[in-house]
Ligand binder design. Structure first.
Ligand code: ZN
Length: 342
């Protein structure tokens, strides 16, 4: 939270707005609330707060699996989430979905897998550093009867703060103290190098500094427990990596397989339906190599469409499970039917 709030303030200052300090603080605070907390649409004290579930149990073959929400971030879509698109096209795409044109909902969904031999978490959520609407992962994990110390395997898709920010808890200790950590070799090499060059990202410099600081902090804390994998490597029985570079230099997707059933973990290959499924050529400002990210998006989506495999996509609406179909040169999301016991 701190770095993002600070980053936005710095961003406003850098634009050399000739305004008083007090007004500057107000603007920064408003931006900060809008970006990272989301202004509640209803007054406090009503029933919106904690009443909705944050964990969704299902099975993949014999594996017991659950989507575990870390929370929701409401962000302006422009310019960061479609930096090369015509703003009017972005507005239209949002409104066609009956969404507010100014507010993109970014859901944060980790995946818990009990393979029988291992209790696995894929990605750790954002921790407390990206806003008060997040850091719900451990609470929601407990709601399905799993304690953080039960997790023996943490597999990371990539090292952006919204995926690794839960590694170190607020008290400085590891949130999952008994876990071995796994990350792709390319991703580890990039983020632990003496110099990290994020000049290709279309985001303000303070955001880049925040991303680098988060990588140094959270990856730095697990240096002794880290295991690196290559594309197409079986990490533990039933979980295999899939190359998905572009968004970051070593991003990985995963194939979960049990008893002839599969689930693909798509990481940040796509973020939402209106922008990058409808317009897979659009980028996000967070893409390290936008051309490679777009090529990866098409390659993985084509495979998913052809195989009719169910996917979990980190930033899609909870529980983030669905299928993808193609129509012409774009894609559509079909959420799974929510199976529940009322
Ligand atoms: Zn992400």
């Amino acid at each position: 939270m701190a770095w993002l709030g600070h980053s936005i303030l710095q961003f406003v200052k850098q634009r050399h707005f000739k305004i008083g300090k007090r007004l500057l603080s107000t603007i920064a605070l408003t931006l900060f609330l809008t970006l990272s907390v989301g202004i509640p649409s209803v007054a406090a004290g009503d029933w919106s707060g904690e009443s909705n579930p944050g964990a969704y149990r299902f099975n993949v073959g014999t594996f017991k699996v659950a989507t575990i929400s870390d929370g929701l971030l409401k962000v302006p879509p422009l310019p960061i989430y479609a930096p090369i698109a015509d703003p009017e096209d972005v507005k239209r795409a949002m409104i066609e979905r009956f969404w507010s044109a100014d507010e993109l909902f970014l859901y944060f969904n980790a995946l818990y897998i009990d393979t029988g031999a291992h209790k696995v978490l894929i990605d750790t959520g954002a921790g407390v550093e990206l806003g008060a609407g997040l850091a719900k992962l451990t609470r929601n994990l407990r709601s399905v009867g799993v304690q953080p110390q039960d997790i023996d395997t943490v597999i990371l898709t990539h090292a952006h703060p919204d995926h690794i920010g839960g590694i170190v808890a607020t008290d400085g200790r590891l949130t999952f103290p008994n876990a071995k950590y796994y990350i792709s070799d390319a991703e580890w090499q990039f983020w632990t190098a003496p110099t990290i060059d994020l000049s290709s990202l279309k985001i303000p410099d303070p955001f880049k500094q925040g991303i680098i600081a988060a990588a140094r902090k959270h990856l730095g804390a697990i240096g002794n427990q880290i295991n690196r994998f290559q594309p197409d490597q079986e990490i533990i029985p039933g979980i295999t990596s899939i190359a998905a570079a572009g968004h970051t230099p070593g991003q990985a997707a995963f194939r979960i397989t049990s008893d002839q059933t599969q689930l693909i973990v798509t990481a940040d290959v796509f973020f939402n339906e209106a922008l990058d499924l409808e317009h897979p050529e659009w980028q996000t400002g967070f893409d390290f190599n936008p051309q490679q990210a777009a090529a990866t998006r098409r390659r993985l989506l084509q495979q998913i469409v052809a195989d009719r495999t169910m996917v979990i996509a980190y930033h899609m609406p909870f529980p983030a499970l669905g299928h993808v179909r193609s129509q012409g040169d774009h894609y559509q999301w079909e959420p799974v039917q929510w199976e529940f016991t009322p």
